[in-house]
Ligand binder design. Structure first.
Ligand code: PLP
Length: 427
């Protein structure tokens, strides 16, 4: 198999003679057929073919195939956002009366989805620390537990998830492990190689990489034996009345999970990605290997500089030897730990504010993980309604500054930090 950089450039789309070199944007909601029977067979899932872009579109499919190739899966779908990807990944196998387990350091939007919104639909949740022991994980598993969820590198705490260990515990108990691989991307970590069963992405981040399109993805490893645990995953292993009694595992084998995601969830809930946005992702994926290497290299330089800076109270970046997750980073992300790091300053809230206001090259954004260096102080921005104590309970240090190192020259990024600290001290 070709190396990952080559696959970034070529996977998903191979034009034949006389076809466009770059992936065409098929901007069409629907597709033409010649006989009524042809169309009927599509709706029975007897034939494959495009009929309506809410379910599938050639541009979107090519990019899904490109990402699927990079992750090493059997099938993938693109969604309208990362939130939609995580929602689909969970509700494809969990419904009212079921229960899921997730690491408590995951992205706030996913935390809220699992902790507040899905419980309203009858799906229970237990959050565990990412470093919970195997015994603690097993103690949280109930007869109605359907899956376990974590992030490769957590947002915003940049902690590395021990995928292999969690996968082993999940599998021992007949559960799939879903990993949100947004920050690492398949260029830095491929969770299926460590036992994860499903991977999700907010492609809005590094995969797009230029801050132009909100999107998400779900990728299926094809490895989880859904029908081994009789009755646990009835949506996949028993007849689906809405497709004339078809059983996904019987009809689609290893691709059962991802086919159901499209033919059932995408059909009923929408949330597809537009062909135009998929095209932007295609461009992003073609340079992902180069960008992730540069993001990681520059972030390590910035983290090392912050580590020795007297105004800095603490720095977290798994690429630093001093980081508590450095050993996990060497195992799961040996080629780099992405562009995101976080740190705290010694001067207190007022100092933090003056520092942020004094940054020139770095911009204040709720976004993270694209070519522009950007910064966010959750306590003053995304989580400003919470007290310091509530912030700590949510696993966010009140002084945490999330810093996303872009593709500018790292020396300029460090100069910007230096001058902003000087300004904050003078004020
Ligand atoms: N997962 C992670 C790790 C994220 O960082 C985000 C957004 O920041 C999401 C999911 C949600 O993605 P989106 O904003 O594309 O809906």
């Amino acid at each position: 198999m070709a190396k990952i950089g080559t696959r970034c450039v070529h996977a998903g789309y191979s034009p034949k003679k006389g076809e466009p070199r770059q992936l065409p944007i098929i901007q069409s909601t629907t597709f033409k057929y010649e006989t009524s029977d042809q169309m009927g067979r599509l709706f029975d899932l007897e034939d494959s073919g495009y009929f309506y872009t809410r379910l599938q579109n050639p541009t979107v499919d090519a990019v899904a195939a490109q990402l699927c190739d990079l992750e090493g899966g059997v099938g993938a779908i693109l969604t309208s956002s990362g939130q939609a990807a995580n929602l689909f990944a969970v509700i494809n196998i969990a419904g009212a009366g079921d229960h899921v387990i997730a690491a408590n350091n995951i992205y706030g939007g996913t935390f809220n989805l699992l902790g507040v919104t899905l419980p309203k639909f009858g799906i229970g949740i237990t959050f565990l620390k990412a470093d919970a022991s195997n015994e603690e994980i097993e103690a949280a598993i109930r007869p109605n537990t359907k899956l376990v969820f974590g992030e490769t590198i957590s947002n915003p705490g940049v902690e590395v998830f021990d995928i292999e260990r969690w996968a082993a515990v999940a599998h021992k108990n007949g559960l799939p492990l879903i990993i949100d691989n947004t920050f690492a991307t398949p260029c830095l970590c491929r969770p299926f190689e460590w036992g994860a069963d499903i991977v999700t992405h907010s492609t809005t981040k590094f995969i797009d990489g230029h801050g132009v399109s909100v999107g998400g993805a779900v990728v299926d490893s094809g490895n989880f034996p859904w029908d081994r645990y009789s009755g646990k995953f009835p949506g996949l292993t028993t007849p689906d009345a809405s497709y004339h009694g078809l059983t996904y595992t019987k009809k689609f084998g290893k691709a059962a999970y991802i086919v159901k995601c499209t033919t059932h969830l995408m059909r009923d809930l929408g949330s597809m990605q537009s062909p135009q946005n998929a095209f932007y992702l295609h461009l992003g994926l073609q340079t992902l290997h180069l960008r992730m290497a540069r993001h990681s290299e520059s972030a390590l330089k910035v983290a090392k500089w912050l580590e020795q800076c007297p105004d800095v109270a603490w720095v977290r970046y798994p690429g630093l030897e001093s980081d508590p997750h450095h050993a996990l980073a060497l195992k799961y992300c040996p080629d780099g730990c992405s562009g995101v790091l976080c740190f705290g300053l010694k001067g207190g809230r007022g100092f933090d504010k003056r520092f942020l206001d004094a940054l020139k090259l770095t911009t204040i954004e709720t976004h993270v993980a694209d070519c522009h260096t950007c910064v966010l102080h959750p306590a003053s921005h995304t989580h400003r309604q919470l007290s310091d104590e509530q912030l700590r309970e949510a696993g966010i240090a009140p002084d945490l500054i999330r810093f996303s190192v872009g593709l500018e020259d790292p020396e300029d990024i460090i100069e910007d930090l230096k001058q902003a600290l000087q300004c904050a001290k003078r004020a």
